[in-house]
Structures are given as structure tokens and as C-alpha cells.
Design a protein around this ligand. Structure first.
Ligand code: SF4
Ligand code: SF4
Length: 95
């Protein structure tokens, strides 16, 4: 399942998508993100699955454009640490 965290405003769409089927809960995104955007929790979408997956922390979901400034200082599409660290390629960004 593709889980989308973010919002859109007058300047664009700011979403981080995590593919829960691909996510292994490895925590590499948690370790590498300079803004502590991610946490790994018991799967909130499938409690019976008894596994852990990455989610975007609640406090960042309405301000992703600003939270990700450390990796996107000029708004360019640069290689992103979280995307590069995720071996199963479960993370994508809309901007
Ligand atoms: S790095 Fe990828 S696979 Fe690992 S917890 Fe984060 S989203 Fe899931
Ligand atoms: S782009 Fe940078 S700040 Fe944004 S989620 Fe990825 S690692 Fe964290």
C-alpha cells in the first residue's frame, strides 16, 4: 500500500510516499534523516500483520517543505539521503 504524508499549497505539492509492501522496517531512513522525519512503528494500517514499518512523524506532516530544507536547500531535485538509504526503494518524494 502506498501511504502519502504531506499537503499541497499555493507553491506546490509536498508529499512523501512510503510503500508499506516494500518497507522492511530496517530503520536506515530514521538513522540518516537530519530532521528526524521518520519513525518505525507497529504497522498502523494492518495491526494483525505484527510487523514494523516507517511512517512520517505527525509533527512534520504539515510542514514537509520546511522540514526537508537541510537536503533541499534550493528546491532542486537532488539525490536525497532517505531515498538513497532505502534499499527496497520504498520512499519517494513528490517535489
Ligand atoms: S529505509 Fe526504507 S525499508 Fe528501511 S525503514 Fe525506512 S522506508 Fe522502510
Ligand atoms: S529529504 Fe532529507 S530531511 Fe527530507 S526526509 Fe529525506 S533525509 Fe529527511
Amino acid at each position: 500500500m502506498l501511504t502519502n504524508y504531506g499537503y499541497k499549497d499555493g507553491s506546490g505539492e509536498y508529499f512523501i510516499t512510503i510503500d508499506t509492501e516494500k518497507c522492511t522496517g530496517c530503520q536506515k531512513c530514521v538513522a540518516i534523516c537530519p530532521a528526524q522525519l521518520f519513525e518505525v512503528v507497529a504497522d498502523p494500517f494492518d495491526p494483525l500483520a505484527e510487523r514494523e514499518i516507517a511512517v512520517v512523524r505527525e509533527e512534520h506532516r504539515k510542514k514537509l517543505k520546511y522540514s526537508c530544507v537541510p537536503c533541499k536547500p534550493s528546491g532542486e531535485r537532488l539525490p536525497l539521503p532517505c531515498v538513497q538509504a532505502c534499499q527496497p526503494q520504498a520512499i519517494s518524494h513528490s517535489w
